[in-house]
Write a protein that binds this ligand. Structure first.
Ligand code: ZN
Length: 94
């Protein structure tokens, strides 16, 4: 499993979401997604202010990229989680 596939699977876990329920990215313009469009945070349902692109990662069953829309509070939580995951990947350092 590649790191991207690993992270995709683990991110879905962290979000308590099936990645296949995330909206498919019909465009990949993050500014447009966050500035011009209205979306709900996938974790708590508040107005999303941040967007991440997840995938594409065919290994994780995600042939096309998907949006992860997050409010600022949840994006902080997910960033912290990603930071910890990266540390774990680079070899069990505290
Ligand atoms: Zn949220």
């Amino acid at each position: 499993m590649t790191i991207a596939a690993f992270l995709t699977a683990r991110l879905a876990e962290a979000l308590a979401q099936d990645v296949h329920t995330l909206p498919e990215a019909t465009h990949t313009d993050i500014d447009r997604r966050t500035r011009d469009e209205l979306h709900d945070c996938v974790r708590c349902g508040s107005r999303a202010q941040v967007a991440f692109l997840l995938g594409p990662s065919p290994e994780a069953g995600l042939p096309a990229p998907r949006w992860v829309d997050l409010c600022s509070q949840c994006s902080t939580a997910v960033r912290e989680w990603a930071h910890q995951e990266r540390g774990r990947q680079e070899g069990d350092q505290p």
